[in-house]
Design a binder for this molecule. Structure first.
Ligand code: PLP
Length: 337
């Protein structure tokens, strides 16, 4: 195929089921196969035939982000690996990149601002990553990131808008449908959209009738706002229990916006109170600690926001990194109700 032709194809042609299968084979030695656990009380409460939770909260480094990071770093040439990788995520992506890079003996640098709590920097260091603390805001840390990337000629590992990252996250959809081909509806947390786009690519290719639903948070629905106007928009960012879902989709978004536009059937928003209830459901019914961003699918079901009568529902529970103080406060408040 000529280069011009390729460019004119839609994003749905750039990440396919074949990419996801390739990613699954590639990352297998580095990631855990997580359980698909039945959630009977949840199915009862929302009238579904059955509900299954895909527990990426039990994934290595505490979130699904290792899948994309592993697929990306494994896809680099030896020359690129020798140059080392760089990112500026404060959260799960930074941890995943540091972990995978150290496993593959690739140097990883994570740029953080001075405002990021010291324990987060420590987490990255403990996983073998090199931390550069610079600037008083995330924007300043990002500037520093570009500077270091150029100076040291390092390879960027983007958090979501990258075909290898998307294909890596898509392996979750593959695993879910392999284990339970009868799933009718998939609920997937949505922020930058790497997770949702990847899962949608895999699931829709395997079963075009499956319904894929993205769950965004009221406090930062960047993808939803962008879909409305057909291009990336910045949203005012408020604090959230689901801190992993904060942030924009990137002003130069190439892949996740068109993929989600073309493949996702429905979008749902959840509030802070609903997220807290979702986290509490996981703890009280299944003894599972899940972070706010991972509880949004459960939250939507509990609130009756998904039309799931007699359906088989799969919910991606995406991670478990919580700030312990805030987590316990939130759970105590729910318990008091
Ligand atoms: C990153 C992340 C998400 C959102 O993934 P995107 O690809 O940015 O949409 C959801 N949950 C957790 C726990 C995450 O770390």
């Amino acid at each position: 195929m000529k280069k011009e032709e390729y460019k004119s194809l839609s994003a749905t042609a750039e990440v396919t089921l074949a990419h996801v299968f390739k990613a699954a084979a590639r990352i297998k030695p580095l990631v855990a196969k997580t359980p698909l656990m039945p959630a009977t009380p949840l199915a009862k409460s929302c009238g579904a035939w059955e509900v299954f939770l895909k527990l990426e909260s039990l994934q290595k480094t505490g979130s699904f982000k290792v899948r994309g990071a592993a697929n990306k770093i494994l896809s680099l040439s030896q020359e690129e690996k020798d140059r080392g990788v760089i990112t500026f995520s404060t959260g799960n992506h930074g941890r995943a990149v540091a972990y995978i890079a150290s496993k593959l003996q690739v140097k990883a640098t994570v740029c953080l601002s001075q405002r990021v709590p010291a324990y987060r920097a420590e987490l990255v260091r403990s996983l073998g990553g090199h931390v550069e603390v610079k600037g008083r805001s995330q924007d300043e840390a990002e500037k520093h990131y570009y500077q270091v990337m150029e100076e040291k000629n390092m390879v960027p590992v983007a958090p979501f808008d990258d075909t290898d990252i998307i294909a890596g996250q898509g392996t979750i959809g593959l695993e879910m449908l392999k284990e339970n081909p009868g799933l009718d509806i998939l609920l997937v947390p949505l922020s930058g959209g790497g997770l949702l786009a990847g899962v949608a690519v895999a699931a829709k290719a395997i079963n075009p009738d499956i319904k894929v639903v993205g769950i965004s948070i009221e406090n930062s629905p960047a993808m939803l706002e962008s879909l409305k106007v057909g291009k990336p928009v910045e949203v005012e960012e408020k604090d959230s229990l689901a801190d992993s879902l904060l942030g924009g989709i990137g002003q130069k978004n190439h892949y996740t916006l068109p993929l989600i536009r073309d493949l996702v059937d429905e979008h749902v928003l959840v509030s802070e109170e609903e997220i807290a209830a979702g986290m509490f459901y996981a703890l009280s019914n299944h003894s599972l600690v899940v972070e706010g961003g991972a509880a949004v699918g459960i939250a939507a079901l509990l609130r009756g926001k998904i039309d799931c009568y007699n359906k088989s529902v799969g919910v991606v529970v995406s991670g478990s990194s919580v700030d312990m103080t805030r987590y316990l406060e939130t759970m105590n408040r729910q318990l008091a109700k």
